[in-house]
Design a protein around this ligand. Sequence first.
Ligand code: GLC
Ligand code: MG
Length: 262
Amino acid sequence: MQLDQVSGEVAVTAFLFVSDLDNTLVGDDNALKQLNQLLSQHRQDYGTKIVYATGRSRKSYQELKARKQLLDPDALIASVGTEIYQDEGNDNPDPAWSEKLLGGWDRDLAVATAAHYADLVPQDDSEQRPFKVSYLLTENAALEVLPLLKAQLSDRGLDVNLIYSGGKDLDILPRNANKGLAVQFLQERWGLESTKTVACGDSGNDMALFSVGESRGIIVGNAQPELVRWYEENRADYRYLAQAYCAGGILEGLRYFGFLDG
Ligand code: GLC
Ligand code: MG
């Protein structure tokens, strides 16, 4: 049996498993298969909850799910934390969560402000959501554009989250929205503590996942430089940088923290 390096307990109770999809859970099909078996057994035996926290819209998630072997999650956090779906059959995101995002959000003003920057190239329509405006932005241009955009948005009274991921994607979100805050909402709903939560990710939009109380965090071995840099500046014994890639790195981290003994 593996021991939890942080709490010293063996994880034979339910935990909350949260994972990003692209280049974290998805990317190594063999390791994913092994991880799925262990997680679905743990869910059956102990009531462990499985949550996906992706930057993708629900539509884009469904396209991925049609191609890859993904377990049905207990909840889907989509569009970088701006939408939560608990019921596969319901097309509408959780209204209690959406309501929390309204404060200070002015989507039209965010779009109009971003329109001043030729370097910001709008992403596909499917990725533009009520609480998320997304662009492509090269790393070089980002150095100049991000500080200017940030200042201009705030001059116009817009209090937003700017999230830059993978050296190419820029998301403008309401101040109260990110993947981590969405996880916190589910923890409260389900009565699960942060120490019984493990979150996994590989890029900038996952930083918030590693900032929810003392949730255990697994940064996969193939993580983007922006996240590795963040990890190095924010080291804690409840954050682990794996060597293995994608689902292989998740398996490595789950064993390190003692969540799985298989
Ligand atoms: C996903 C989304 C995209 C977003 C990116 C980073 O790729 O489809 O809209 O910008 O994640 O969060
Ligand atoms: Mg990712």
